[in-house]
Design a binder for this molecule. Structure first.
Ligand SMILES: [Ca+2]
Length: 366
């Protein structure tokens, strides 16, 4: 091989490694200092000790959450779906009884869909485990009988495009957008995909009730997904790039990019205030702490942060930090759901907080 050809390939390798180290340094937040910040008085929600990775709330203040995502089964902890009532915050979260479901439950992202007086819960499930799955991820559909604290199993959706699911948003009867935060199926290839986090390898799939179609590809770690209250805009958190993006839904398969915003934090799930349209998100403000926890030491804590983003017609306005903690009180926040003058903050595998929104940041004009 000629000298110049070798020089050319060496240059490409050195450039690639340089890019990786620069992005890794940015991703890891090595020098970030997290100062505590609260929106008002906060109390732990009783009955939540195994995390509440995703939460969604009904207009009547009844919330549902997925718990136990990162808890090893040998610990005796059991993944579950629980409910919490914003109108009775002093009462503990309650286990929801599953009726008619025979499979293994490891719930992750969830989304509510109400029609004809009935409320359905769609939830990402990892029957083979979160990180050791073999492409068996599915979306479960339950009918939520709120008066009986029961979830009646309806059906499960599987599809070859469901690679390694994270979050979803339902936009119609059995119609939803779902994120693949990994696209490789084998555990070894997923490890490689994690190392190559600088590459846009992840995607968003639209499921029409029968089959899935990739509608957004080339995404940097597709994680939280949600829609505007009028369902005209889709919001996606590309966690590996700390980037929030919005798309106009021209048709279910035709998404037109509208805006993007760097949140400067590894934000996870997105919740949309039904009245203001603002986006609230639970974030991991120190990358190396959350990655160390997920990959090497599950017992370690990681800092928490809640960010609120103003948005109008798909265009992002300003943003503000509503809550922050260095991990000593609340570890690894993943979701933040406002309801009237209160906020419910969930975590990957820790506790959950109920905070009163008495400060200025929750109402600051953005
Ligand atoms: Ca998530």
């Amino acid at each position: 091989m000629g000298f110049f050809i070798r020089l050319f390939f060496c240059g490409i390798i050195v450039s690639g490694l340089g890019l990786w180290f620069m992005r890794a340094l940015e991703f890891s937040d090595l020098y970030n200092v997290v100062h505590k910040n609260v929106p008002g008085p906060c109390k732990f929600v009783q009955g939540i000790d195994l995390g509440a990775e995703d939460i969604s709330v009904l207009p009547n203040g009844l919330a549902i959450m997925s718990t136990g995502l990162m808890v090893p089964t040998e610990s005796g902890g059991k993944p579950a779906l629980k409910s919490f009532d914003f109108s009775k915050p002093e009462q503990p979260a309650r286990d929801l009884t599953l009726s008619g479901f025979k499979g293994d439950l490891m719930p992750h992202g969830l989304s509510l869909y109400s029609t004809n007086g009935k409320t359905f819960v769609y939830v990402v499930n990892h029957p083979a485990g979160l990180l050791n799955g073999t492409g068996e991820d599915e979306v479960l559909k339950f009918l939520w009988q709120t008066d009986k604290q029961t979830l009646m199993f309806q059906k499960s959706f599987k599809d070859p495009e469901f690679r390694s699911l994270n979050d979803l948003v339902v936009v119609g009867d059995d119609k939803f957008y779902v994120t693949n935060w990994f696209t490789m199926k084998s555990p070894i290839m997923r490890q490689l995909e994690a190392i190559l986090f600088v590459l846009p390898l992840q995607n968003v799939v639209y499921f029409d009730g029968k089959a899935g179609t990739v509608v957004l590809s080339g995404k940097y770690g597709a994680n939280g997904i949600n829609a505007s209250p009028d369902k005209k805009y889709l919001y996606l958190m590309e966690v590996n790039k700390k980037r929030l993006t919005s798309y106009r839904i021209e048709s279910p398969l035709n998404l037109v990019p509208v805006d993007e915003k760097n949140l400067g934090s590894l934000c996870d799930n997105l919740d949309v205030d039904p009245e203001s349209g603002d986006i609230w998100t639970g974030c991991h403000p120190v990358g190396f702490r959350i990655m160390g926890k997920m990959m090497f030491n599950p017992k370690a804590s990681a800092p928490s942060q809640v960010i609120r983003v103003g948005v109008k017609n798909g265009k992002f306005g300003g943003s503000t930090e509503v809550f922050a903690d260095d991990g000593s009180v609340l570890s690894a926040s993943t979701v933040a759901v406002p309801y009237k003058d209160a906020l419910f903050i969930g975590t990957l595998d820790h506790k959950a907080l109920h905070c009163k929104l008495t400060g200025l940041n929750p109402v600051l004009k953005l």
